[in-house]
Design a binder for this molecule. Sequence first.
Ligand code: ADP
Length: 377
Amino acid sequence: MASKERILVIDDEEVIRDSCTQALAKVGHVVKSAENADKGLELLKSFDPGIVLVDLKMPGKSGIEVLEEIQAIDPNIIKIVITGFATVSSAIDAMKKGAYDFIPKPFTPEEIRVIVARGLERRQLLLESEALRLEQEKTRKNMISLVSHEFRAPLAATIQYLEVILGGMAGDISSEAKEMIERCDIRLREMLELLGRWISLAIFDADKLSENFKDINLKDLASESIDVLKSMAEEKNVSLILDSPEDLPTIKGNKVSIGEVFNNLISNGIKYNNEGGWVKISLSEADDYISVKISDNGMGIDNEHLSKIFDEFYRVDGRRNAPVKGSGLGLSIVKKMVNAHGGTIDVESEIGKGSVFKIDFPKTFEPENSDKKEEDR
Ligand code: ADP
């Protein structure tokens, strides 16, 4: 075996602790042991082992509970269960709680060394894939920052120049040239908006978002979105209707991102609607959650597309959508933001009749910032 590892043995039987220590120390491992779960978990923090051998049956906290706790602390620690009653069901239970393998008592020094060697190979693989994941994450972040700085800035500067030319500040231009520059301006703005959406999706971090959760009044936010989108709705003669009780309880959330949820859903309701249509925002209170329904009587979505519309870059039927500008990113941003608030989103739709997007936001939601390690996996 090439590597030496720190190994922790948690077992109430002294003879087991001693025999594991001797067998494993003999091949170069550094072994520490504890006679119960609490001491073992305490030692885990300072000793930082790569492998833990845990007795399933101990007085006090059980081996299964210990497994769960270790899994929550660091899933890359290999957990091997020592058991005096190697039943299939106890082994399955242990595996479900994150154990890698189990060894029935009594065992020989060679048997424990073999099982630990296998565990070490597994740990090596886990650590390598973790390193790869971190490397990929770094590349992804570099890519985002490249796009963000190297593409967005010159694009914005170009638009600025075009505005100067269109404003006549750089001298007279022919009407043909003006028309072409106006088209360039529109295209570049669309590109800038698409980049902005892509970046906001790519850098989306639910933990960061929840750092500034505040009390949110959904009725106020919905009204703000309606104000922002009023002119877009008027252009298409679509009416925006808000239906909400006055005394709707607040929820805990991030104002900007819930605002974005409203903006995306209401603007879709307008974009994919017909002249003279309507978009209705209904808010109501249930036992544990606040329900938000954004419905419209627009073109609707075919059943075959419904399950995919929350995917990144997914747009329904190119021909149908052709006149409507979009990136296919809006709903994936919406879903991520709703989920980051502990909420759920569903859609029902009928072609030619309209769509209903229904969100349930829990009244109380505790973001699990402390579990970031686990979630990243
Ligand atoms: P985008 O609008 O930029 O294309 P979205 O992610 O917001 O992207 O929506 C994905 C697709 O779902 C849209 O292209 C559209 O075809 C469909 N869609 C979304 N909202 C509605 C709606 N209210 N009515 C009809 N179709 C919709």
